[in-house]
Design a protein around this ligand. Structure first.
Ligand code: PLP
Length: 386
């Protein structure tokens, strides 16, 4: 199938001007035009992050941003509380372990978001303030769960531990107020809600995090945030930047700003609600708990009698609709539908129609059109605000 509808939770479908930007001629990365681009990208990202502080760009995928967050703020032997809610949270903890930190796990059942009260209890019990940092995931892509970052923020502030936040698949799709909430290091990446190609990670740090970044002795070089910030001051990056990705990110952020934050948040919410409604009407089981739904990825178990892998294959090969499967212990158990990128209501509805067709091909017989009808009524309901 040549024509595909990419609905992964990243990388995402890109708009034509964003794709075309990657074909621009290279420019001098030590020249004024590059400095202006870097300034535009940072200025466009700041409202989404909810910060007036520095946002450093690193060449690489989101993981380089997470590794930079750890290597630049933590020391070997530091006690780190990992409040993981899935595969990506565990990976963040693995990075901390790789740098010699002692990781304590703060467990949350899969599918649930972090319970702010329980986290407060654990942190209050740390009277000695031996926990140096807490690792958090804003939006856990593997389970379709979004944490309530506004509710967790005061819990972190009361304790005083450094907060390191993975918002790779959350940032830009719903409100985030880094400065007001008091988070210390927040990481995102180009290929998710900002609707640009993969290849650039973004790292924002609070004033106290920058103090820490200046003082920790952990070895770092390529992603030394001190060096990245110093070069940014001169409109440069320390190393040759991924220019095509940055051209595309610049173009994507121009489109993002033209639509506006609120409308972008509402769109992600509307699509995710529509997909959830369709899945439920078609007999899928939503994986995220009712108070924990993500706006960027909907994770659900297939209807009884349907294999997730067979459904994904049929969708891709016969209907050109590309969704994701489960990761880790959820491999083969769920499908994941991404709502980010340059997609429209009709793309979402088309994909739901294709899911109905694929289910019928595989022998399931939901009443024709129930998924699409549920999605449509959710879209209309959300649109008119009832
Ligand atoms: N964290 C989350 C929540 C993610 O969704 C991803 C990628 O999907 C990552 C981290 C890793 O990012 P990357 O694959 O860009 O390195």
């Amino acid at each position: 199938m040549d024509k595909t509808l990419l609905l992964l939770p990243g990388p995402v479908t890109l708009a034509q001007p964003v794709l075309q930007a990657m074909a621009r001629p290279m420019i001098n990365h030590r020249g004024a035009a590059f400095g202006a681009l870097l300034g535009r990208v940072e200025a466009a990202l700041q409202p989404a992050f909810g910060t007036r502080g520095d946002i450093v760009l690193l060449g690489g995928s989101g993981t380089i941003g997470l590794e930079a967050a750890v290597a630049n703020t933590l020391e070997r032997g530091d006690l780190v509380l990992s409040a993981s809610i899935g595969v990506f949270g565990r990976r963040f903890a693995d990075i901390a372990r790789a740098y010699g930190c002692t990781v304590e796990e703060f467990a949350t059942p899969l599918g649930a978001r972090i319970d702010a009260g329980a986290l407060r209890e654990r942190l209050t019990a740390d009277r000695e303030r031996s926990i140096a940092a807490v690792l958090l995931t804003h939006n856990e892509t593997s389970t379709g769960v979004q944490n309530d970052m506004a509710a967790l923020a005061p819990v972190l502030r009361e304790h005083g531990a450094l907060s390191l936040v993975d918002s790779v698949s959350g940032m830009g799709a719903s409100a985030f107020a880094m400065d007001a909430w008091g988070y210390d290091v927040v990481v995102s990446a180009s290929q998710k809600a900002f609707a640009a190609p993969p290849g650039v990670a973004m790292v924002a740090a609070s004033a106290r995090a920058w103090q820490r970044i200046e003082s920790v002795t952990t070895p770092r070089f390529y992603f030394d945030l001190r060096r990245a910030r110093a070069f940014k001051g001169n409109g440069q990056t320390p190393w040759t930047p991924p220019l095509p990705v940055l051209f595309a990110l610049d173009a994507a952020l121009e489109r993002y700003a033209a639509v506006g934050l609120e409308a972008t948040f509402a769109r992600h919410d509307r699509y995710a609600r529509a997909v959830r409604a369709a899945f439920e009407a078609l007999g899928f089981t939503l994986f995220s708990r009712p108070d924990a739904h993500s706006v960027t990825v909907v994770a659900a178990g297939p209807p009884p009698g349907i294999e997730a892998a067979a459904l994904l294959t049929r969708l891709r090969e016969r209907y050109g609709v590309v969704l994701s499967g489960g990761q880790g212990e959820l491999a083969g158990k769920i499908v994941r539908f991404g709502t980010m990128g340059d997609i429209t209501e009709s793309d979402v509805l088309g994909a739901i129609g294709a899911i109905e067709l694929a289910l019928a091909d595989l022998g399931a017989r939901p009443s024709v059109g129930v998924g699409a009808a549920a999605a449509l009524s959710e879209m209309v309901r959300v649109e008119v605000g009832t």
